[in-house]
Design a binder for this molecule. Structure first.
Ligand code: HEC
Ligand code: HEC
Length: 306
């Protein structure tokens, strides 16, 4: 048989499709049951509430019922499927954390792997300090009214064939490691820690698909904005450039203006709209640390339309 260009093309196509499927791993190893358990304390609950309201609420909290009952996520194109976050309340039938051990929750945050082996990058926080993870888990187990049992579901995530291939190609769990004990004490380093763990860089960089969870500042277009997000009633929004560029970023923000933007949603000259969260639970020194850190990142000239 003569090997023609057609044959070569066919073999290449088969190899590429095969490669995509092999690359499409959708189940990963999960934690071996270990002895990690969280002992609650009043300090942990306060810190855990602050973190949960600043990180998890954006995707899991419903402001009409003031509970963590879950929400639909609007930023996934319909062609890939539909994603709903989970019910985090104490419901025995619908509350997902009731099915998790403390060790499995920590593993989910550190590696992005759920207890059933699925990769869920929304929760991936490889650089989060143990003390903060403890605090979040203590809060999730607490009797805070926002977590009291709600036996409801807002919908179940499903992916189309295209969505599954896409998710498989982008699944990238981080190896488990727990060598960070406390958030950094240094102001600028604390600012970087918060920009990482509060997820500012997820929305404010160049692409949701190219986020570098382990080394956030290596994410393409780091903090230079431009990602298209869905706002109120599906309105198209673009996350701002928050590098210190004077023309297109926040280089001319004063510290007072920055505080007002973060805590009240009052940016100079305009009100900030969702999905930009209101970070009204952060401590003043944390807001100031974020400001100090943002001054140190390279200024990128990138005009983002509002
Ligand atoms: C960017 C949005 C986002 C953020 C922020 C977020 N989550 Fe989620 N979370 C999701 C989505 C979406 C799912 C469901 C994914 C699925 O089932 O496909 C989920 C699922 C979960 C699950 C269930 C996993 C399972 O086995 O089904 C837990 C537990 C959880 N989140 C806890 C948290 C906690 C605690 C925080 C804050 C530290 C948090 N999440 C922050 C979007 C988010
Ligand atoms: C869920 C996505 C999301 C997250 C997380 C997020 N932002 Fe935003 N942010 C936005 C969007 C969208 C806008 C634009 C809002 C508007 O124009 O009304 C914005 C606007 C801003 C602005 C106003 C800039 C201007 O245009 O003048 C600042 C400052 C800012 N964000 C800082 C932060 C910081 C710091 C964090 C982390 C602590 C953060 N954001 C987390 C989406 C997000």
């Amino acid at each position: 048989m003569k090997i023609t260009k057609k044959h070569v093309l066919l073999v290449t196509v088969i190899a590429v499709i095969g490669g995509i499927f092999i690359g499409c791993k959708t189940r990963f190893a999960t934690t071996q049951a270990n002895n990690y358990t969280v002992t609650p304390s009043p300090q942990k609950l306060v810190r855990g509430r602050e973190l949960a309201m600043s990180i998890c609420a954006g995707c899991h909290y419903d402001h009409t019922v003031n509970k963590f009952i879950g929400r639909p996520l609007e930023d996934i194109p319909g062609i890939a499927g539909k994603v709903y976050s989970a019910n985090l309340t104490h419901s025995r039938t619908h509350g997902i954390p009731t099915r998790y051990t403390d060790a499995e929750l920590k593993y989910l945050f550190k590696t992005g792997v759920a207890r059933d082996g699925r990769y869920l990058n929304y929760m991936l926080r490889p650089n989060m300090a143990d003390s903060d993870i403890d605090a979040i888990i203590a809060f999730l187990r607490s009797d805070d009214p926002s977590l009291s049992a709600a036996d409801t579901t807002i919908g179940l995530t499903h992916f189309t064939f295209i969505g599954k291939i896409y998710m498989g190609m982008h699944a990238n769990p981080v190896a488990y490691s727990d060598n960070i004990k406390e958030p950094p004490a240094d102001k600028v380093k604390l600012g970087y820690y918060l920009v990482d763990n509060l997820g500012c860089f997820h929305c404010h960089s160049g692409s949701l698909q190219k986020l570098n969870f382990q080394y956030p500042d290596q994410t393409p277009g780091y903090l230079a904005g431009g990602i298209k997000l869905k706002g109120i009633n599906g309105a198209e929004m673009h996350a701002s450039n928050i590098t210190p560029d004077k023309q297109t970023g926040i280089g001319s923000y004063t510290i007072e203006e920055f505080r007002a933007a973060m805590v009240k949603g009052d940016a100079p000259g305009h009100r900030l709209k969702p999905p930009m969260p209101k970070f009204d639970q952060l401590k003043p020194e944390e807001v100031d640390a974020i400001y100090a850190y943002l001054q140190t990142v390279p200024a990128i000239n990138n005009l983002v339309k509002r």
